[in-house]
Design a protein around this ligand. Sequence first.
Ligand SMILES: [Fe+2]
Length: 119
Amino acid sequence: MAIFYKNENGTILTALSGGSVPAGFEAIEANTVDAATEKHVPAVELQRDGRVIHVQVGEVEHPMEEAHYIEWVALETEDRLEVHHFKPGQKPVTFFPVVAKSGTVYAYCNLHGLWSAKF
Ligand SMILES: [Fe+2]
């Protein structure tokens, strides 16, 4: 299971498995910031007979303004960790052409931190 870490400068690291925490970093826990869950928890939908994983952040689309936007979405399954980056002005929607019955989708808001949803 991927672990995300952040330092005081906002740099984010991802560890592909557990172990020691990098110096100066703290682990980020998903879904712990007090903010609107419906705009942050990724809405995951398996499409095309489970061959495409469609993601929108969130159930109610998250704002994508210069000062407040979803920086990236990541898909973690048994055999991969894949990250899609976003810029302000883009829609916080993406898809992964991946066959997977289960996994975790993460979304990172520049103001409200890390969010996740399992499928
Ligand atoms: Fe946000």
